[in-house]
Design a protein around this ligand. Structure first.
Ligand code: DGJ
Length: 734
């Protein structure tokens, strides 16, 4: 068992392969306090970690300074209103208007394996892989029960946390939850910096470090989705952090809506890090007997730097979050017509593209936006999910049949959550859009969002999805979402449940994707949100790949993919080769470089292949061959970040090594040419066996694994900017 309860000290210790997490029950008030998270401890008595005898921690002596205790003790799940003035995790409003809450320990349950979280995406594991702990806390006045849920993944250094809150119907028949965060981590500060991911459309998930300052700081979304701008990830890193050194405490939220990820440095130089649903416009009505389940937070601690954290997340998500059967399969190389044609296509055009692509080895045609209703541009028709026969005579059935005849699979784009004011759907059901009665809702891309809290709207959307998927042999869906939520109001919800809309919306998206995955288990689903605005672990539960960004420029992609791969496996990153000048930044990069960068993701094309030159077409054939050669390694290997253009302003370099260290593929992208480059660069590789020898295919040179890792592989500069090369090496046994 990876979870121990020490009866004499009422101490819980959660152990993974290399980490321990310790908490305990404080005697006098029965508070659950957090003692330790970090490098693994032995099975000794560590109750001294409680430090409850140190001022101002004096609750066992008297109650005189109870507030000093409450506002400084390390709480496992802090609540508001009774004297802890730092950020708290749970807030309520009673019918009488009070908000105070005080949780005392009641009991616990330990069991092997992990239970599903009702209605929510969450990690999974067998009894052989993980154990779970539920600790019950209670506010006795309100008869409100809080169950802290932990799962410990023994071999992966991962602990997951979530919370269930139950109104047992004591004094208050109805309790409004106004804030339910999923996890809290109280620690002493050690000059930590906070690592978060930020961006915008076409600039998603760029890494940012900032030294923790006093007060509250963090990253938040109030946009109804995890968003381009912020990301539900936060890590505290020690001052010496690098890819291979330093402490990293990381939290990642398995959720696709509004979130709060925050660190607070207090006056005692303690840090409280919290993560959960953003309390902004959140309120959840709990009638007697009802409970609320929070989404899950994934906790990773690494004492060996960021790279170790990255590989832990990668393994964890590959094994314990992505449930699609496509997770471990080579994905078909696709060609998507979006950047190739935008809205200007018909069956003939698509078949032309498909025919040329098939000849070069591309395996699937994806028809993007513009195939339905009156959708000749992005101003109209969302919601009218009926084939536009003017563009596609003979409908999907004919198009897909012809594509299949070319030996290709067929995929389709959908944006099921949206409604255009100029659509038959809106004309029939204006009240199906999210909006506040009497207030004109703001448009984004000329569209509104469907009110998915209404059951009939969910049924309409599901009915249309089914009709489309059942009408032809569709093997892939790109599920898009192109605007954020504003004017949040529902004609369906009561006044005291309007605050449920944001979360109910996300739950409805999950419900729809759950139906999609269970009804079409072999469908390859790719989530997308105006590029990568909903690239989050919640979506990963349903789709094994997510479109990273609408920015397909190879150089912009370096930082986008670096930030994304910080947490997400390469097999999840939607990445395509597109034409130059690039449609987002106008940059011209070699076709080869675009291919090398896209190979670090799911790989595909996003262009009109019929317009490529002969030389470019030959390059496509080469890239297809590279994909087939290296895809298994890229999908299943360990990822190492060797150098970052973000830091050195000259070149980017990453490596994927097989878990057994037998082979590795290094991608080197020289962003800017280097003058007077009389020496090659020595790039230190990782993940090899030091005692083994490796043949570098390109140079046919043999090197020792130790030399490659400790001294480095000589990588010569390339002529010009934006150039790249792949370096493959494999172990030679002599
Ligand atoms: C945004 C997506 O990210 C693009 O790839 C494309 O599908 C457009 N939407 C279509 O409207």
């Amino acid at each position: 068992m990876s979870i121990r309860f020490d009866e004499s000290n009422r101490l819980f210790q959660l152990d993974t392969l290399n980490t321990s997490y310790v908490m305990g029950v404080q005697d006098r008030f029965g508070y659950l306090l957090h003692y330790y998270y970090g490098k693994k401890l032995g099975q000794r008595d560590v109750s001294y970690l409680a430090r409850t005898n140190e001022p101002p921690y004096t609750p066992d002596r008297n109650e005189r300074e109870k507030l000093a205790f409450l506002s400084s003790a390390p709480f496992e799940y802090p609540t508001g209103g009774v004297g802890d003035f730092r950020e708290h995790c749970l807030e309520i409003r009673t019918q009488s208007g009070f908000n105070a809450l005080e949780l005392g320990y009641q009991g616990f349950r330990i069991y092997p394996g992990k239970k599903k979280l009702e209605g929510l995406p969450a990690s999974f594991g067998t009894e052989a892989e993980c154990d779970s702990l539920e600790i019950t806390l209670e506010d006795s006045l309100l008869d409100l029960q809080v169950v802290l849920q932990y799962s410990v993944f023994r071999d992966l250094d991962v602990i997951t946390r979530s919370v269930r809150v139950c109104n047992r119907g004591g004094k208050e028949k109805v309790i409004y939850l106004t804030k339910v965060l999923s996890a809290c981590l109280d620690m002493d500060n050690a000059d930590y910096s906070m690592l978060t991911l930020h961006g915008s459309w076409a600039r998603e998930r760029r890494m940012q470090y900032r030294l923790l300052g006093y007060g509250r700081q963090g990253t938040f979304s109030e946009r109804g989705e995890s968003s381009h701008q912020e990301h539900p990830f936060l890590a505290l890193t020690s001052p010496n952090v690098s890819q291979t050194t330093g402490d990293v405490y990381a939290m990642h939220f398995v959720y696709s809506g509004n979130f709060q990820a925050q660190a607070e440095l207090d006056s005692y130089d303690q840090v409280r890090t919290v993560m959960g649903i953003n309390p902004y416009h959140f309120s959840w009505k709990l009638e007697a007997g009802e409970s609320f389940q929070s989404p899950e937070v994934v906790l990773v601690y690494s004492d060996a730097g960021l790279g170790n954290m990255t590989r832990t997340f990668h393994r964890f998500y590959r094994r314990h979050l992505i449930r699609s059967p496509w997770r471990d399969r080579k994905r078909p190389i696709l060609i998507n017509n979006w950047e190739g044609t935008y809205f200007d296509f018909n069956t003939d055009k698509l078949l032309d593209i498909a025919a040329s692509a098939a000849k070069l080895g591309v395996e699937m045609l994806v028809m993007d936006d513009g195939w339905f209703g009156n959708r000749f541009d992005d101003n109209r028709a969302l919601g009218d999910w009926y084939v536009n026969e003017e563009k596609l005579p003979g409908g999907l059935e004919r198009l897909v049949r012809e594509v299949n005849k070319l030996g290709m699979k067929f995929g389709i784009w959908l944006e099921p959550e949206m409604i255009s004011p100029d659509s038959d759907l809106y004309r029939a059901h204006p009240d199906w859009a999210i909006q506040i009665p009497g207030r004109k809702p703001g448009l984004a891309r000329n569209q509104l969002v469907l009110d998915l809290t209404r059951p009939e709207v969910v049924e309409y959307v599901w009915g249309r999805i089914r009709a489309i998927l059942d009408s032809a042999n569709i093997e892939y869906v790109k599920w898009d979402m192109n605007r954020q939520l504003s004017d949040v109001g529902s004609a369906f919800l009561e006044a005291d449940t309007q605050g449920e809309l944001y979360h109910r919306y996300v739950l409805a998206v999950y419900e729809l994707q759950e139906r999609l995955c269970s009804t079409y288990p072999n469908l390859l689903l790719e989530n997308c949100s105006g590029g990568g605005a909903r690239f989050d672990p919640g979506m990963l539960y349903y789709s094994p790949q997510i479109w990273c960004s609408d920015d397909t420029d190879a150089i912009e992609r370096l930082s986008i993919q670096e930030g994304t791969a910080l947490i997400y496996p390469l097999s999840t990153m939607g990445a395509h080769v597109s034409v130059c000048p690039n449609h987002t930044v106008g940059r011209v990069t070699p076709f080869e470089t675009r291919g090398h960068v896209a190979l670090a993701g799911t790989f595909g094309y996003e262009l009109d292949i019929t317009k490529l030159s002969e030389e470019e077409q030959r390059e496509v054939t080469n890239q297809v061959a590279l994909y087939h050669r290296f895809q298994d390694l890229i999908r299943s290997g360990d990822y190492y970040r060797l150098a970052s253009y973000r830091e050195n302003h000259q070149y980017d370099c990453w490596e994927v090594a097989s878990e057994d260290g037998r082979e590795a593929l290094v991608t080197f992208v020289q962003v800017m040419g280097r003058p007077n480059n009389f020496h090659s660069r020595r790039i230190k590789l990782m993940g090899l066996c030091p005692e083994a020898e490796y043949l570098v295919e390109e140079s046919q040179q043999i090197y020792g694994g130790d030399a490659l890792m400790y001294a480095g592989l000589p990588v010569e500069d390339l002529w010009g900017d934006f150039r790249s090369k792949l370096i493959y090496l494999r172990r030679v046994d002599r």
